[in-house]
Design a protein around this ligand. Structure first.
Ligand SMILES: Cc1cc2nc3c(=O)[nH]c(=O)nc-3n(C[C@H](O)[C@H](O)[C@H](O)COP(=O)(O)OP(=O)(O)OC[C@H]3O[C@@H](n4cnc5c(N)ncnc54)[C@H](O)[C@@H]3O)c2cc1C
Ligand code: SF4
Ligand code: SF4
Length: 619
């Protein structure tokens, strides 16, 4: 606490023209296009309104320790990226490769532990019986073709961290904008339905946010335009959603936890760089997977654990370890070495998750603005492109000397966005995944139907709140583990203060992971590899359990079970405990919390802006 008698320091304020939140692909698109215009010598300079006499003042704040700390696949057609960088050649960007070969594998269950419907088991048995006649190889069947909506022909495999570092280099080289990593934005300065800038997070506080001796209140950065690109679980975007409400019929209900490994492939691996493998079927039918090959015998491989997967023990890391050991993948990965690991949420509501995109003094771009396409499994290029569209609109307004009002931004930005391929394809994809609410087969069929009818037809209905999609343990393991045994496992784990996921997966027949210290390592070891664990002191915790009594009464505790980093563990008094040092800011605990408050969409876990998190620049 502050020394008695000493006055708390005043909150500093600064005025800029454009304040930006987050540096991911969306902001890279915005700043690439804007900075080029500001640096252009053949066009009139654009003066600052905030600092008369100076050029336009543009400042971007990024929460993570570095600009290259994203987590993604990434395979992309790169249409928007290529339009911005027409001469882009993969050799310019570390770990980039042109897409060379694509395939989709249906993975059978070689261990017999995944929860498969009767129909799926029958299909698996038929494939096993037909063997090579059905194309069965290493317990997998390759689809005869890659569906048109999924293919990325002509595109690139990237590492998001490396791509962001490269793009940040291009942007900063113009000398026209500033990018500040390690600087989380606490909130937008909301004034009625307008945004007047941002407030940075307080520093020199304890875990509960109480000022200490080194207290430094977060600065207020006022701006004519605030650009929000804080991704799927960003605190600023969610603040605006709450303050302004979502447009009619829109909501955030579909999510996935994406988790990946970056692997040094063994010398025996014959997969050429640019190989793209999509998978479905294992470790659980609901879990999609991928393996992309970068140059230099390095691969990215990972899984997506979606919100429609009803299991309350959806531990991504253990599932990821079973995934890489599937024979169809292990034949390439076995003997490899883990370089790093990463996890992050994906907002899969697509266009239906689109918030108010622009208003007086603000605009939203990227995944948090509903740009991710759930049919094509593509988010990076869409996010980048919405950033470019906003920049073009902003340049138009700046050159005409018109203010950033809701009407002007709608005319300059939304008109461009609505007329673009991002919008057109987003509409086709809008209901493409609804079928997954009824099961995997109808989900896959629904995607094909949506693609074939350009979005006119779809299967199924909209998703329930993710909290309501989670089954109880007894429901999920019905017929496999008796309720009495579940109760015993629960009480045993509770008495030892451990999550349930490992014990339940062991009991459901998942084999122990043969840790080899090379590719198969404990998650706690993986946390220390390839990146930086930096939960800087002096910041408040960013994961908060709002009402302890709701946690105490919570039987599913999915926040504990999904956090394979073990940043959230069972707490002593029935309220989970949070360890910031282990948190990777994946955001999965936010959308997994089953404690819905007062019948609203809000949940009992608050995910605020915070510093730190382990992500390697290779992710
Ligand atoms: C495992 C995985 C695999 C994927 N594979 C693919 C793929 O193959 N192809 C594809 O196209 N897409 C893929 N995606 C999706 C893709 O990564 C996203 O759609 C894309 O990154 C969205 O870009 P964005 O700029 O909108 O948001 P983000 O990339 O999320 O960037 C937002 C940035 O804002 C920062 N931020 C958040 N809050 C604050 C704050 N309060 N203050 C300051 N900064 C803040 C974050 O740290 C982050 O850097 C994948 C995602 C995952 C997780
Ligand atoms: S945070 Fe949510 S999921 Fe976790 S124990 Fe509390 S109510 Fe349950
Ligand atoms: S506590 Fe951190 S690591 Fe764990 S689920 Fe939440 S955001 Fe992810």
């Amino acid at each position: 606490m502050h020394a008695e008698g000493s006055a708390a320091p005043e909150r500093q304020a600064m005025a800029v023209d454009i304040a930006c939140v987050g540096f991911g692909p969306a902001m890279a698109g915005f700043l690439t296009a804007l900075s080029r215009r500001l640096a252009a010598t053949d066009r009139p300079p654009i003066a600052s309104a905030a600092a008369p006499g100076l050029p336009l003042q543009v400042v971007c704040y990024e929460r993570a320790d570095d600009v290259g700390f994203g987590v993604s696949g990434v395979v992309t057609r790169a249409r928007g990226i290529r339009a911005a960088f027409p001469d882009l050649d993969a050799s310019q960007v570390p770990m980039a490769a042109p897409v060379r070969e694509e395939k989709v594998l249906y993975l059978l269950d070689p261990v017999g532990a995944s929860r498969r419907s009767r129909a799926l088991r029958a299909a698996d048995a038929a494939l096993q019986a037909l063997g090579r006649l059905a194309g069965l190889d290493h317990h997998a069947v390759e689809l005869p073709w890659t569906p048109g909506f999924l293919h990325k022909r002509g595109g690139f495999v990237f590492a998001l961290g490396q791509l962001m570092q490269w793009m940040a280099g291009q942007v900063l080289a113009t000398g026209t904008v500033q990018v500040w990593p390690g600087t989380p934005v606490a909130e937008a300065l909301v004034d009625g339905s307008a945004v007047r800038g941002v407030r940075l997070v307080d520093q020199g506080v304890d875990r509960q946010g109480r000022p200490g001796d080194a207290f430094l209140p977060g600065m207020d950065v006022t701006a004519g335009l605030t650009v929000v690109a804080d991704g799927p679980v960003g605190a600023v975007g969610r603040q605006l959603d709450e303050a302004l409400g979502m447009p009619d019929g829109h909501g955030r209900r579909d999510w996935a936890l994406g988790m990946k490994l970056v692997v040094d492939l063994p010398a025996s691996c014959a997969l050429p760089e640019g190989t793209v493998i999509h998978t479905v079927g294992f470790p659980e039918p609901e879990i999609f997977g991928f393996l992309y090959v970068h140059p230099g015998r390095v691969a990215s491989t990972g899984i997506f654990v979606p919100s429609w997967f009803g299991s309350p023990v959806r531990t991504g890391y253990r599932y990821l370890q079973h995934f890489v050991q599937h024979p169809a993948l292990w034949r390439h990965l076995g003997g490899g070495r883990l370089r790093s690991w990463g996890a992050k949420s994906i907002l899969e509501s697509g266009r239906r998750g689109e918030p108010v995109l622009a208003g007086d003094g603000f605009a939203r771009i990227g995944e948090g603005s509903g740009s991710t396409n759930v049919l094509t499994s593509s988010g990076v290029d869409e996010a980048f492109t919405t950033g470019v569209q906003l920049a073009e609109g902003v340049i138009e307004l700046l050159e005409a000397g018109r203010p950033f009002t809701a009407g002007n931004l709608e005319a300059a930005y939304l008109t461009r966005r609505r007329a673009s391929w991002v919008e057109e394809e987003g509409r086709v994809a809008e209901r493409a995944r609804d079928g997954f609410q009824r099961g995997v087969a109808s989900g896959l069929l629904g995607m094909v139907l949506s693609a074939a009818t350009r979005g006119r037809l779809a299967l199924g209905e909209g998703a329930p709140h993710p909290a309501d999609a989670v089954e109880t343990l007894e429901e999920f393991y019905a017929g496999r583990i008796a309720p009495a045994e579940i109760a015993r496992i629960r009480s045993d784990c509770e008495s030892r203060g451990q999550p349930l996921h490992d014990a339940l997966m062991d009991r459901a027949g998942w084999p122990a992971i043969p840790l080899d210290g090379e590719l198969l390592v404990t998650h706690q070891d993986a946390l220390l590899m390839g990146g930086k664990v930096q939960a800087a002191p002096g910041y408040a915790d960013h994961v908060i359990f709002l009402r302890p009594e709701v946690c105490r009464a919570c039987r599913r505790r999915v926040c504990v079970e999904i956090c394979s980093a073990e940043a959230i563990r069972p707490g002593e008094d029935g309220v989970p405990a949070f360890d910031r040092e282990k948190c990777v800011h994946c955001g999965a605990c936010l959308w997994s919390c089953t404690g819905r408050l007062d019948g609203t969409d809000r949940v009992n876990l608050s995910f605020r802006a915070g510093s730190g998190g382990l992500h390697s620049a290779e992710n």
